[in-house]
Design a protein around this ligand. Structure first.
Ligand code: SF4
Length: 200
């Protein structure tokens, strides 16, 4: 079995890294840093899953599970990149502070955040993508990869943080109301009641 540990903003605390190392060494596990910036422990023996999770939880690990609001995938941001105009870790934390109380979020949408218009975290090919720029935030919706990749629709341009987060809330609510099963945003953006029909 695999265990996925959620890493907000892709950050791996040292004590968690040390504990994952201990568990991997003890049980011969593989370690994989996933494309959505989480930490996966691979090939955990079935009978050790609870024990490994308990050890990791003791140093603050939170685990992937149904209904959880998706952690944003972020670029490194202005603290470490001279082109960045926002601290992406801080922004990701603000998104999670606002939405983590949603315990019944339906799958299957992802969020990406970039610190500038270069969009290194894949903002334009993610269900909900936010990039900062010198004039404010842009919001894209409906981007996807896969065998039929699509660029998202830019629905806000150069707006402030509150405006962008209010729009994210509206889109997530729409997804919740309109989805009976897992659903990419792409399938919803041409619905006649989708609140942002126009590209800006
Ligand atoms: S998107 Fe911009 S800020 Fe983020 S890593 Fe790329 S160049 Fe730097």
């Amino acid at each position: 079995m695999d265990i996925t540990v959620l890493l907000p903003a892709g950050r791996l605390p040292l004590d968690l890294m040390a504990k994952a190392h201990d568990m991997a060494e003890k049980y011969g596990l593989g370690i994989y840093l996933s494309t959505v910036q989480n930490l996966r422990l691979l090939d955990v023996p079935e009978e050790r899953v609870n024990e490994v999770k308990k050890e990791l939880a003791a140093v603050g690990a939170d685990f992937k599970g149904p209904g959880k609001f998706p952690l944003p995938r972020v670029c490194i941001g202005k603290t470490y990149c001279k082109l960045g105009v926002i601290d992406t870790e801080e922004f990701s934390n603000r998104i999670m502070a606002r939405f983590k109380g949603r315990t019944k979020t339906k799958p299957k949408f992802k969020i990406a955040v970039s610190g500038c218009v270069l969009c290194c975290s894949g903002v334009k090919t993610t269900d909900i993508g936010i990039n900062a720029s010198k004039i404010g935030f842009d919001l894209y919706v409906g981007g996807k990869g896969g065998p039929h990749p699509r660029v998202g629709r830019r629905i806000l341009h150069g707006v402030d943080e509150d405006t962008v987060l209010n729009a994210v809330e509206k889109i997530v609510e729409f997804h919740h109301t309109m989805s009976t099963q897992k659903q990419r945003m792409r399938k919803l953006i041409d619905h006649p009641e989708f609140p942002y029909p126009d590209e800006v």
